[in-house]
Design a binder for this molecule. Structure first.
Ligand SMILES: C[S@@+](CC[C@H](N)C(=O)[O-])C[C@H]1O[C@@H](n2cnc3c(N)ncnc32)[C@H](O)[C@@H]1O
Length: 342
C-alpha cells in the first residue's frame, strides 16, 4: 500500500524516519501541501507556532504578513484533519520590550487574534487551557511600579500561555470517534490516574533543550493522552526539538513533523532514543477483583457500562464462533457465567 505520510523527496527532505516518527527538514508550507496531495489524514495537531519577531529563527515583514502565514498553515491543517478531530495550539500574547527609556513596551494580543483567525478558517473553538508557569519564569515588568506605586503604570508579570483546542467540524458526535477504535486500542488509550480537572495547568517551562523555545514534555504528554488514541497520526508543523514526537513515542502514537532548522531535528534524534514507550495491554482483560464482592445483578450492571464491542472482543476469546448480532445483555451474562475461567 502507498505510504500516505511520505513526501516527494525532491520537494522536501525526509531527515528522520523510524517507521513511526517522520521528520522533514524544510518549510511546512510546502510539506503540508504535499501531505494534502498524498491524501494524508491527521488525527491531531499539536504545535507551537514560531513567534512573531521575538526569537531569532524567522522574521516576518510585519504582523499582518505573520497572521496571513498562520492562516495559510492552519487552512491546510484543516484540510488534512479528519472530521471531528482536534488541533491544539500553544500560543501566547506578545511582549515587545521597550527600546530605550523614552519608549514604552508593547503587548500584541496574538492569542485573541489567533482564535478569530481559526474561526474564520472554519475551525470550531473548543477550549482555552491556561498553562500557568511559576512567577520566576516570567520577565520582570513591575520593577518600576514596585518603587513608584503609581496607578496606570502597573504592568503585571506574564506567567501564562494558552493551549487553544479547536475541532474540525463534524456532523457526528464525539462518541463516534471513540467507537471507531477497537476495544484493545480504546483500553490502551484510557487516561489512568490523576488528570487535570480544570483549565489551569501548572507546569514548569522546559529546561532540558538547547532550542530557544521548546515546550515541556509534561504539556505534550497531557495533550496527547487527553486528545488522541494509540496508533493515531499526530502532526507538528513547527517541530523544533521534537517535544511532540517524544511524547508520541511515550504514548505509542505516530508523528509527522516539519522543521526548517536541521540542528533542532538533530537535538530530537539524540533524545528520542532515550524515550521508553509506556507498556500496553496485548489482549483485552477484565480486572476480576472489581467483581469479586458483587451480586450477579451488580456484575452484569457493571459489565453493561463497557462498550458492546469490548464485551464482544472479550467473549470472542472464549467463544470464537460468536456472531456480532448477539445482544449486549447476552454478552454481559455470558461473561459473568465464564468469569472464573476467563
Ligand atoms: C516555537 S518553536 C517550536 C518548539 C517545539 N515545540 C519544541 O518543543 O521544541 C517553532 C519552530 O518552528 C520552526 N519554523 C519556523 N517556521 C517554519 C516553517 N515555515 N516550517 C517549518 N518549521 C518552521 C522554527 O525553526 C522553530 O524551531
Amino acid at each position: 500500500m502507498e505510504d500516505k505520510t511520505k513526501l516527494n523527496a525532491q520537494v522536501i527532505n525526509e531527515y528522520y524516519n523510524d517507521g513511526k516518527h517522520i521528520v522533514y527538514n524544510g518549510d511546512c508550507l510546502l510539506g503540508l501541501e504535499q501531505l494534502i496531495q498524498n491524501k494524508t489524514e491527521i488525527d491531531l495537531t499539536i504545535t507551537s507556532p514560531p513567534y512573531f519577531n521575538v526569537k531569532d529563527y524567522v522574521v516576518y515583514e510585519n504582523y499582518k504578513k505573520y497572521l496571513d502565514f498562520l492562516e495559510t498553515i492552519f487552512t491546510k491543517i484543516l484540510i488534512l484533519t479528519k472530521p471531528g478531530r482536534l488541533c491544539c495550539i500553544n500560543i501566547s500574547n506578545i511582549l515587545i520590550i521597550r527600546e530605550n527609556r523614552n519608549s514604552e513596551s508593547k503587548r500584541i494580543p496574538l492569542s485573541f487574534h489567533f482564535v478569530s483567525l481559526m474561526e474564520k478558517i472554519g475551525w470550531e473553538f473548543l477550549e482555552d487551557i491556561i498553562w500557568l508557569k511559576p512567577e520566576g519564569a516570567a520577565k520582570n515588568r513591575n520593577g518600576g511600579f514596585y518603587q513608584h506605586r503609581q496607578p496606570v503604570a502597573y504592568k503585571p508579570n506574564v506567567v501564562n500561555e494558552y493551549i487553544f483546542v479547536f475541532k474540525k467540524p463534524s456532523k457526528s458526535l464525539i462518541d463516534q470517534v471513540v467507537r471507531s477504535y477497537n476495544s484493545l486500542d480504546a483500553l490502551n488509550s484510557k487516561v489512568l490516574g490523576n488528570y487535570e480537572r480544570s483549565n489551569v495547568w501548572k507546569i514548569n517551562p522546559a529546561t532540558r533543550s538547547k532550542h530557544p523555545a521548546p515546550y515541556p514534555m509534561e504539556l505534550t504528554d497531557k495533550i496527547i493522552s487527553y486528545y488522541s488514541f494509540v496508533g493515531d497520526i499526530i502532526l507538528d508543523p513547527f517541530f523544533g526539538s521534537g517535544t511532540t514526537s517524544l511524547s508520541c513515542k511515550k504514548y505509542s502514537r505516530n508523528c509527522i513533523g516539519f522543521e526548517i532548522h536541521s540542528e533542532y531535528i538533530d537535538m530530537f534524534i539524540s533524545e528520542i532514543k532515550k524515550v521508553i514507550p509506556n507498556k500496553l495491554h496485548d489482549k483485552l482483560t477484565l480486572d476480576k477483583n472489581e467483581f469479586i464482592e458483587l451480586t450477579k445483578e451488580e456484575c452484569i450492571e457493571k459489565l453493561m457500562k463497557h462498550p458492546k464491542q469490548m464485551l464482544f472482543d472479550i467473549f470472542k476469546d472464549k467463544e470464537p464462533e460468536i456472531k456480532k448480532t448477539v445482544s449486549k445483555i447476552y454478552l454481559a451474562e455470558q461473561i459473568h457465567n465464564h468469569m472464573n475461567d476467563m
